[in-house]
Design a protein around this ligand. Structure first.
Ligand code: 3PG
Length: 409
């Protein structure tokens, strides 16, 4: 897969451009979750310790798309929310080292700072997506990014499913292009799970929409995952397709035939597909009231399901016993709203326990990772993936353009 990593190249005195994924939540100028920043630190420290001049680059959000939307709606657009300056500050705190910040989105004077860099120094560029050339993979912009760069390192696994100027285009203008240590680690864990898993292999998928997960479900069935546990609102599409009443729970009606097809394929492949047996329902969620756990078949037309119930949590935990590989992506309910985080937290505990008993566990996706962190279990999971969409595309068996670009060198 990956031919070369940062360990395979001589870095001393070289200008090293490291593409990281620092697309992190920021509230009032403060980084709320630094998982992705911490994930890239081994690569950054390795480059600095080996005498490189380090240029760091990332995107943050989708500023140009959001600006267009704001203009269409005639609402004010605050571009300052898309600045990576708070991230540079957070990184500097984590590294206990100054991180210079290049605040020109056009890079007009960016290279003045870069050419003045000394060995072991670091500069971070402003949000790449403030420049229209980034998402368009404009060769001119890619060439500008590559100016003065000796070595390109892609450590942005979370953005590897995008063919953008800083993830793909730039590799056409720099001779030496390698993977960073986080990219290497992500591909090693996910690649092993997908292509050569130790069995039993159990996958847990959740989230609101089954349509988002169909390619992953099909890829996992094709690879004959031993058990596939499905929770979250996406389970209601399966239940409605089977003829159950799901009340006002979230359903994608147009995906019902696909859900039945998935069940058929799983059966044919000998994959055990487990759906919830009970769930937490309310009769109104604005305001939330009268939460109760009931069996799926007792759901009446007025109810809405917002989390898996205790029987399901126990059954899913039992299904994880003895697993040797576990991949989990997506929450079991409306995780962001207490107490509907309980089902997801129960799964986080069960995955941690199975890991202590010998499973290799991989957790990806915002809410599942947040659940693991909230439960204080991050160090009890084998690998926490920094990818959202990238992890799903990888598990679906798709080639990631950011990885393919390195392989082509
Ligand atoms: C992510 O958060 O999944 C990555 O940073 C990619 O962001 P994008 O979906 O805006 O390209």
């Amino acid at each position: 897969m990956i031919k070369k990593t940062i360990r395979d190249v001589e870095l001393s005195g070289k200008t090293v451009f490291i593409r990281v994924d620092f697309n992190v939540p920021i509230k009032e100028g403060v980084v709320e979750d630094d998982t992705r920043i911490r994930g890239a630190i081994p690569t950054i420290e390795y480059a600095l310790e080996n005498g490189a001049k380090v240029v760091l680059a990332s995107h943050l959000g989708r500023p140009l798309k959001d600006k267009k939307k704001a203009e269409e709606k005639g609402v004010e657009f605050d571009v300052s929310k898309y600045s990576l300056a708070p991230v540079a500050k957070k990184l500097s705190d984590l590294l206990t080292k100054p991180v210079d910040f290049e605040d020109s989105s056009e890079l007009s004077d960016g290279y003045a700072k870069i050419s003045a860099l000394q060995d072991g120094e670091i500069v971070m560029l402003e949000n790449l997506r403030l420049n229209a050339g980034e998402e368009k993979n404009d060769p001119e912009f890619a060439k500008t990014l590559a100016k003065g760069v000796d070595i390109y390192v892609n450590d942005a696994f979370g953005t590897a499913h995008r063919a953008h100027a800083s993830t793909e285009g730039i590799t056409h203008f720099v001779d030496t292009c390698v993977a960073g240590l986080l990219m290497e680690k992500e591909l090693a864990f996910l690649g092993k799970a997908l292509n050569d898993p130790e069995r039993p292999f159990v996958a847990i998928l959740g989230g609101a929409k089954v349509s988002d997960k169909i390619p992953v479900i099909e890829s996992l069935i094709k690879r004959k995952v031993d058990k596939l546990l499905i929770g979250g609102a996406m389970a209601y599409t399966f239940f409605k397709a089977q003829g159950f009443t799901v009340g006002k729970s979230l359903v994608e009606d147009d995906m019902m035939p696909t859900a039945l097809e998935v069940e058929r394929k799983a059966k044919e492949a000998g994959v055990e597909l487990l759906l919830p047996t009970d769930h937490q329902v309310v009769d109104s969620y604005d305001p939330i009231n009268s939460r109760k756990a009931i069996q799926i078949e007792f759901t009446n037309a007025g109810l809405v399901g917002l989390d898996i119930g205790p029987d399901t949590a126990a059954r899913f935990a039992q299904a994880l016993e003895g697993a040797k590989t576990i991949v989990w992506n997506g929450p079991m309910g409306m995780f962001e709203e207490k107490p509907f985080d309980e089902g997801t937290l129960a799964i986080a505990n069960a995955v941690a326990e199975a890991t202590a008993n010998g499973a290799t566990s991989i957790v990806g996706g915002g809410d599942s990772v947040a659940a693991v962190n909230q439960a204080g279990l991050a160090d009890k999971i084998s690998h926490i993936s920094t990818g959202g969409g990238a992890t799903l595309e990888f598990l679906a068996g798709d080639e990631l353009p950011g990885v393919a670009a390195l392989d082509d060198k």
